[in-house]
Structure formats: structure tokens, C-alpha cells
Write a protein that binds this ligand. Structure first.
Ligand code: NAP
Length: 196
């Protein structure tokens, strides 16, 4: 059984659906999981054993808004290993290093593309790192995590994501779509990337 942490969220929901469609047993875990899922809270150790019972694999998203996720996740991973988990897939980010504001030009170009496809204007507005940090804080993130997230956009603007990889093809066996094709498919009501 695969334990899908954050299985009610944006990515976990899709992972759980994909596993079910592939005939794999998936257990959705979150603080407010439905009756078919299991209650799991990163910060409530008492929820961990039940969630891991029978699990051989894990889909992992880090505890949200936590600037030091390792101190919570590493003990859990130890526990998971002892409970029989042999494989874990972590939703991470490759934009962890470096520094400067916003996604800038990339977002501007994407705005133009979406405007073109939607037929109504979508504009990019540049926001510097301090403003983005303040925005995240105003929306409830802890100050250090707000600064960390804003810093990731700064790193992206500095080029930390400027590369093309073969990962999609390597993992799925089909070539990656362009962003334009992705938007067009979504607008046409096609299944999202995780279903393709
Ligand atoms: N979405 C992306 O494309 C993407 C890409 C790269 C990295 N990330 C990273 O992945 C994380 C978010 O992933 P997401 O977008 O899939 O999730 P999301 O839509 O933000 O949903 C969060 C999920 O985690 C659960 N959750 C929140 N707090 C929890 C806690 N203390 N213990 C257990 N479960 C908890 C939520 O359910 P409950 O509220 O019921 O607990 C929900 O299922 C962030 O760290 C983000 O930076 C996301």
C-alpha cells in the first residue's frame, strides 16, 4: 500500500487518483482526510503508526510553512523504514539555491501566452523579494518561511530553473508538452498532466 501524504492537496490528490487507476492501493493521509483515508498530522506523532500500518511506499510533501522540515520528516522516515516502507517519492523543488526577485520575464511571457489562449488580458506584475515576503506573511506564513519562499522566486529569476531536462520522458515514456500545449489542453477540458 502506498501512503499518500497530503493526499487531499493539489499534487497528492492526483497521485492517489493515478495510483487507484493503476490498480494500486493508495491511502490518503492528511489532517482532514475523508473516511476512506487516514488522519495524519506531521506534528502529531500519535497519528503516524496507524498511517504507516501496511505501507510499503510513500508519497511525501513536506509539512507546509515549516522552515525546518527535516527535523519533523527525518524521524518520520526512520519510523517508516522500520514499519516496512521501502520506497519514498518526495515532492521537492530544484530552485533551492541562489537569489533575485520574481519570475520576471518568464512570467511576462507566460502572461502573454495565456492572454493569447484565453482571449482576455493576463498581465505580469513584478514584485520584489521583500514585497513577496510581506505578502506571504500577510497571508499567514511564518516570517522565516515567507522569506524562504520569496527567495526561491528570486533564485528562479536568477536562472536556477533555466534548463531543459529529459525527466518527463524518462519517467513517463512520453515527451514533455510545451506550456502552450498544456494550457490549450486544459482549456479544452483535457485531463491534467498527472492523468496524461
Ligand atoms: N503544487 C506544486 O506544484 C508544488 C511543486 C513543488 C513543491 N511543492 C511543495 O509541496 C508542498 C505542497 O504540495 P501540494 O501543492 O500538493 O499541497 P497543497 O495543495 O498545498 O495541500 C496540502 C496538503 O497537505 C495536507 N497538510 C497540510 N498540513 C499538514 C500537516 N501538518 N500534516 C499532514 N498533512 C498536512 C493538506 O490536507 P489537510 O489540510 O487536511 O491536512 C493537503 O492535503 C509545499 O511544500 C510546496 O512548496 C508544490
Amino acid at each position: 500500500m502506498i501512503l499518500v501524504i497530503g493526499g487531499t492537496g493539489t499534487t497528492g490528490r492526483l497521485v492517489a487518483a493515478k495510483l487507484a487507476a493503476a490498480g494500486r492501493q493508495a491511502r490518503v493521509a492528511s489532517r482532514r482526510a475523508s473516511a476512506e483515508g487516514v488522519r495524519f498530522d506531521w506534528y502529531d506523532r500519535g497519528t503516524h503508526d496507524t498511517a504507516l500500518d501496511g505501507a510499503t511506499g510513500l508519497y511525501l510533501i513536506a509539512p507546509l510553512g515549516d522552515a525546518d522540515p527535516a527535523s519533523t520528516m527525518l524521524p518520520f522516515l526512520d519510523l517508516a523504514r522500520r514499519a516496512g516502507v521501502r520506497r519514498a517519492v518526495l515532492l521537492s523543488s530544484s530552485a533551492i539555491d541562489a537569489g533575485t526577485p520574481g519570475l520576471g520575464e518568464v512570467q511576462a511571457q507566460l502572461g502573454e501566452m495565456i492572454t493569447d489562449l484565453l482571449g482576455r488580458p493576463v498581465r505580469h506584475r513584478a514584485v520584489d523579494e521583500d514585497a513577496l515576503t510581506a505578502y506571504h506573511e500577510a497571508h499567514g506564513l511564518a516570517p522565516d518561511y515567507a522569506r524562504f519562499l520569496a527567495g526561491l522566486d528570486t533564485a528562479v529569476a536568477a536562472g536556477s530553473e533555466d534548463r531543459v531536462t529529459t525527466t518527463v520522458a524518462d519517467v513517463t515514456g512520453r515527451p514533455a508538452r510545451t506550456f502552450r500545449d498544456f494550457c490549450r489542453d486544459r482549456l479544452a477540458g483535457a485531463p491534467c498532466a498527472a492523468d496524461a
